[in-house]
Design a protein around this ligand. Structure first.
Ligand SMILES: *Cc1c(COP(=O)(O)O)cnc(C)c1O
Length: 392
């Protein structure tokens, strides 16, 4: 036994030697535009690294809904869905979220990671092929690993590469294109219009993981398919409740084909063998989506904040990756410098994280800033001024 533990200890040492050992900062407040940490006398920080796009994470309104949900539906269900874990609100949320993202049916999971883990092996076998963007999220990669279908990769957003794989795999029973809606290290949006065109041409299915878009990308916040003009045309959408839609936890798979959702309900392992989504979250998500259907102010605010922040940085000559998404990577390139700049910003009361190799390619280190609807103009101005101070 001690030999095994010694091996693990050495692996930890190696991670530390590489400089990729992750320390977790303790936050002593709610998730919000401003947070406090447990570090003594460091005061408050403007939080610019949360996926709190619509500012709902710390919202008192959501706390109120969650309390209502707790009172009405209880704390736990102590069951998977098909035994005694389905309440009326689970079915209502599935219908509501499906409609919200332009699909016919949806199925809930404990997380989007689970949604992706339970998707591919349920639908596909070794007669099939999955054509996947190289920058896809770890949960898509793992989901594909669990499946016997052949896997082909194309360079990020390389539509010619995708088309070549589609041409080469016409003998396969089913072709499935899998992509993130937004590539989260770059804030770059997938070329869904072209992907849907190619899928139609080569008779393939399209799967989009819209975790960094559901609720706020597109005119009504319905996600990347809306932004790309292909709303209602995506075969399969997976996404999370753990980002813009409130930030607690939970995920879903939605489809324009009811058969796909029905098959997942019969066979998807993380659905069949894992507990139901907690009632308070389910109830709150119903309210959140109803709110977003009726009130577009938070969506307008995040889009205006993003536009303003990107314009201010660009005018100041700060090097960012162009896009329209609230993930704004400020490119530093040098790994040590990225860590150093992030530490300086932290001292200035701005909480951001430097992303280095191996999370991003070597020599492409960056500070990934995330804008929220909760940020004020003053917050954004303060962040721009700090970047100018440290980088110019
Ligand atoms: C965050 C994220 C996930 C994981 O979502 P959880 O609900 O937290 O498991 C999956 N896919 C993508 C693209 C993500 O960004």
């Amino acid at each position: 036994m001690s030999q095994a533990i010694e091996i693990f200890r050495q692996e930890l040492e190696a991670i530390k030697a590489q400089g990729t050992y992750k320390e977790e900062r303790l936050i002593s407040s709610r998730q919000d535009r401003e947070i406090t940490t447990t570090a003594p006398s460091q005061g408050k920080f403007i939080n610019m690294c949360a996926n709190n796009y619509l500012g709902l994470g710390g919202s008192q309104q959501l706390v109120g809904w969650a309390k209502e949900g707790l009172d009405k539906y209880g704390f736990g269900l102590n069951s998977v869905r098909f035994i005694c874990g389905t309440q009326d609100i689970h079915r209502q949320l599935e219908t509501k979220v499906a409609n919200f993202v332009g699909c016919k049916e949806a199925i809930l999971y404990s997380s989007c990671f689970d949604a992706n883990a339970g998707l591919f092996e349920t639908l596909l076998n070794k007669e099939d092929v999955i054509i996947s963007d190289k920058l896809n999220h770890a949960s898509i990669i793992d989901g594909i690993r669990l499946c016997k279908a052949e896997r082909k990769l194309y360079d990020n957003n390389d539509m010619a590469g995708l088309e070549q794989h589609l041409k080469d795999s016409q003998d396969k029973r089913i072709r499935l294109i899998a992509t993130d809606g937004v590539f989260s290290m770059d804030g770059v949006i997938a070329k869904l219009e072209t992907i849907v065109e190619l899928a139609t041409k080569y008779n393939a299915l399209v799967m989009v993981d819209d975790s960094h878009a559901s609720g706020f990308v597109g005119e009504r916040g319905r996600g990347t398919p809306e932004a790309a003009g292909v709303f209602g045309k995506i075969d399969i959408i997976t996404s999370t409740f753990g980002k813009a839609l409130g930030g607690a936890s939970g995920g879903f798979t939605a489809s324009i084909h009811p058969e796909i959702i029905d098959l997942l309900r019969q066979r998807s392992r993380p659905y069949l063998f894992s507990n139901s989504l907690a009632p308070a979250i389910t109830y709150t998500e119903l309210k959140v989506i109803e709110m977003l259907e009726q009130d577009s102010s938070a969506v307008e605010k995040i889009q205006a904040n993003t536009k303003y922040f990107r314009e201010q940085l660009t005018e100041a000559g700060i090097d960012i990756i162009p896009s329209t998404h609230p993930i704004v990577p400020v490119m530093i390139y040098d790994e040590a410098k990225a860590i150093e700049i992030a530490a300086k910003l932290y001292k200035d009361g701005i909480y951001v994280i430097g992303f280095c190799y191996p999370v991003v390619p070597l020599g492409k280190a960056r500070i990934r800033v995330q804008v929220s609807a909760a940020h004020s103009k003053e917050d954004l101005d303060k962040a721009v001024a700090a970047f100018v101070r440290h980088l110019k």
